[in-house]
Design a protein around this ligand. Structure first.
Ligand SMILES: *Cc1c(COP(=O)(O)O)cnc(C)c1O
Length: 376
């Protein structure tokens, strides 16, 4: 049983499955970044998707106290959660937002992304005040202005409306995490060309995501958007091998052994009886399953028990899974699915490789059923 600390509502958890978030690791990553940036370059902490599964409010507060000065999220709902928690820092919604959100955005001082003429047209009846960052699509092919003509028209549209204020301009790189910089360099050029159409320089120009800020000081501008690497995770193995400062992973996924038994040679384990013991074997049950984000495709993954790797055996169930142990362990023995134990470590990258995906997706798939426990 564990009491959750640091939250207003003290909640008791009975299932011993937790995500531990080391907020100091996040703060250390921010401080290291801050030391590499010019004094005037601000850090925008990207806390979308519940802070990449780490917990939006806790991470936002920790990031702001460590030196980040602004926040970015993806959706109106995420922005409102930040404001409802009493956080007043500059806050940018990176994604497309419907006109129905404008009055809330205005009331709560939430900055929106202006990304197309259609969008500007859709907000023409609003009376403001409203702050926007103008999004330039320099080669990502997502939201943003592509053509000089449409951008010029958009800037004129905004300038004609005193309630609408441009406080920033930005773009987003699609290949900053790759060794080959051809497309990246093209994006840089395109952005600079489109930025020159602004009659005045917006307060904060920002282009860099984690990958760009870790590899290219030319993209520091007035602010950088620190996402995945704020959580201590490299955006790609290429970036991970060439880091300007070490990254400290903040997240650990832990549970406890709730049952241990010796099964006979030839006995089977799990749905479909897909695993058969080749000898008499110690099998332990862990109270975590695919409903928690331990996807069935992770059936070849290991778990750390007693500082050693123990393989998952049989199919992963919705709420439980089984592991094979070399020896008996007591009930309540800790099992680490992601994180360190003794000299061993299982990283988020290891899960990503096993699932042929990127670490971002691993962070986002750990479900809300698992309580997040915070330490400093
Ligand atoms: C998510 C996002 C980021 C953060 O990217 P990381 O690779 O996690 O650092 C930055 N900018 C935009 C527009 C985003 O959508």
């Amino acid at each position: 049983m564990l009491k959750k600390e640091g939250s207003l509502m003290s909640q008791t958890y009975y299932r011993p499955t937790f995500i531990r978030i080391n907020l100091s690791a996040i703060q250390t990553n921010i401080q290291h970044l801050k030391q590499t940036l010019p004094k005037h370059t601000k850090i925008i902490a990207v806390v979308k998707a519940n802070a990449y599964g780490h917990g939006d409010i806790e991470v936002a507060n920790a990031a702001l106290s460590a030196g980040a000065t602004q926040l970015a999220v993806a959706t109106p709902e995420e922005a409102l959660r930040i404001r409802d928690a009493g956080i007043t820092a500059e806050l940018l919604v990176l994604g497309a937002v419907p006109a129905s959100f404008l009055s809330k955005a205005s009331e709560k001082n939430i900055t929106l992304t202006a990304y197309s003429l259609e969008w500007l047209h859709s907000i023409r009846h609003f009376t403001g005040p409203l702050k926007v960052h103008v999004k330039i699509d320099s080669g990502m092919g997502r939201i943003g202005f592509v053509e000089e003509g449409e951008l010029t028209e958009a800037l004129a549209f905004i300038q004609q409306r005193s309630w609408l204020q441009i406080t920033g301009a930005f773009t987003h790189f699609s290949t900053a995490d790759e060794e080959n910089t051809e497309h990246y360099n093209k994006q840089v050029k395109t952005f600079e060309r489109l930025l020159s159409l602004f009659k005045f320089k917006p307060d904060i120009v920002h282009t860099a995501n984690s990958a760009a800020l870790l590899r290219d000081p030319n993209q520091f501008w007035d602010a950088v958007r620190f996402g995945i690497s704020m959580y201590g995770i490299a955006p790609s193995s290429f970036i991970g091998e060439n880091l300007p400062f070490p990254l400290k992973q903040a997240l650990a996924l832990e549970t406890e052994v709730v049952h241990v038994k010796k099964i006979k040679k030839g006995a089977s384990v799990g749905y479909g009886a897909m695993y058969t013991a080749v000898e008499d074997e110690w099998i332990a049950t862990l109270p975590i399953g695919y409903a928690d984000g331990l996807l069935r495709k992770l059936h070849n993954q290991s778990v750390l028990v007693n500082g050693k790797r123990a393989k998952i055996v049989g199919k992963i169930c919705m709420d439980q899974c089984m592991i094979r142990l070399e020896e008996q362990v007591p009930l309540g023995e800790k099992a680490v699915l992601i994180g360190k134990q003794a000299a061993e470590e299982i990283t988020i990258e290891e899960w990503a490789d096993a699932l042929q995906t990127i670490p971002y997706e691993i962070c986002c798939m750990l479900s809300n059923r698992i309580p997040r426990i915070y330490s400093k």
